[in-house]
Design a protein around this ligand. Structure first.
Ligand code: SAH
Length: 363
């Protein structure tokens, strides 16, 4: 065998193509069996991956040397590489990860008194085209695989300090999760598994632009995930301009699917609404939104706009935001205003990746 023989590569010179953290329990046991190792090694491996924060197979020191060597021939623990690691003054962490094909995605760890929440991406880019969002400016590149989604969670878990525990996951990063639902659900399996992260679906929120078919597919999974629908406008005319994909969908089918989601899961749906000054923040918009949601068991989360420097939108002032909240609350709609996190880093959705695409990381 020569080093240049592509059919018989020397294992020491080849980067293994499979992600170890992406294997489920059965696949791990099958691999171990094939290599004549007992099944209990799978438990040890999963403990290293999900609880003991191993960064590589070599760190799994209670596994036999030979097993570690054989694992390293076939797998990499993580296939992504951290390209940028930003920490804000409120200790929000944002990672830019390079994938195998050098595409980039980002993920965020947010810290509150009692919560440690990670925000993950599901696609490289996004096809939805929301006019105020950095993620979709260059369209959709590709879906993430399930290991690529899971790796974001594990990478951020490594950023926690001793005594901190991951408590929540929000699927609110780059991409439209319901357009890549099978990979997302597969990535969440070890998140829920007792020998994985052991996190309940109640602690996971999936945010969607509102794809009715996807919402129904998610309901059919039968797990009590929280659903957040990015509404951003109380009527089709305005929503068509802010969320172009609405032209093919329309508000009614989205609200119907969300009502059915609540009926079948018992989880109250959140409606997200990014306030854009003088665009969707007027009293009449608040009244219309209240009329739409007052009879639904819904919750409105108003999101302060993160500035995307190449886009023209701006955040309304404090009085306009307060007036908007008051109108909703007077109509009996539970409303919260999202806290800003990581304001001094590239916190807006897709912003870090955008800066990297534009060659501005490291400036
Ligand atoms: N595609 C999904 C999930 C990703 S975006 C969705 O649309 O819900 C997560 C949330 O961030 C959405 O509500 C989205 O509209 C919002 N968002 C996008 N760009 C933003 C910006 N510049 N400032 C504030 N929120 C933004």
């Amino acid at each position: 065998m020569t080093r240049s023989d592509p059919d018989h590569p020397d294992p020491s010179t080849v980067t293994p193509s499979r992600s170890l953290c992406g294997l489920d329990q059965h696949e791990l046991i099958a691999w171990l069996d094939e290599h004549r190792y007992p099944a209990y090694r799978a438990e040890q491996l999963r403990r290293w991956i999900f609880h003991r924060g191993a960064g590589s197979v070599q760190e799994m020191t209670d596994l036999p040397q030979e097993l570690r060597r054989e694992l390293a021939v076939d797998f990499q623990l993580f296939k992504s590489r951290i390209v940028a690691h930003q920490v804000a003054s409120d200790r929000t962490v944002k990672l830019l990860l390079a994938l195998e094909d050098e595409k980039h995605v980002e993920c965020v760890l947010m810290r509150e008194t009692r919560r440690r929440t990670v925000c993950i991406s599901t696609q490289v880019g996004c096809a939805m085209g929301c006019v105020f969002c950095a993620s979709g400016l260059h369209g959709l590149d590709r879906n993430l695989s399930s290991p690529e989604i899971l790796e974001q969670i594990l990478r951020l878990q490594h950023c926690l300090t001793a005594g901190e525990r991951l408590t929540n996951i929000v699927v609110m990063g780059i991409g439209e999760p319901l357009a890549n639902l099978p990979a997302l659900l597969q990535a969440l399996e070890p998140v829920h598994a007792q020998d994985g992260l052991g996190l309940s679906p109640r602690r996971v929120t999936i945010s969607t632009i509102g794809l009715p078919k996807g919402i129904r597919e998610l309901a059919a999974v039968g797990r009590p995930y929280n659903l957040a629908v990015s509404l951003h406008a109380p009527n089709n005319e305005l929503r068509n301009t802010l969320v172009p994909v609405n032209q093919e969908i329309g508000l009614d089918p989205i609200l119907d699917a969300a009502d059915d989601y609540f009926a079948s899961t018992g989880r109250r749906v959140t409606y997200e609404y990014v306030l854009l000054a003088e665009t969707n923040d007027r009293s009449r918009h608040a009244r219309q939104l209240a009329a739409l949601l007052a009879d639904r068991n819904a919750h409105v989360n108003l999101i302060p706009l993160n500035n995307v420097d190449v886009l023209p939108w701006s955040c309304p002032g404090e009085p306009e935001t307060r007036r908007f909240v008051e109108i909703l609350e007077t109509a009996g709609v539970v409303t919260t205003v999202r806290k800003r996190k990581g304001a001094d880093i590239d916190a807006a959705c897709g912003q870090l990746r955008l800066h990297n695409l534009e060659g501005r990381i490291g400036e």
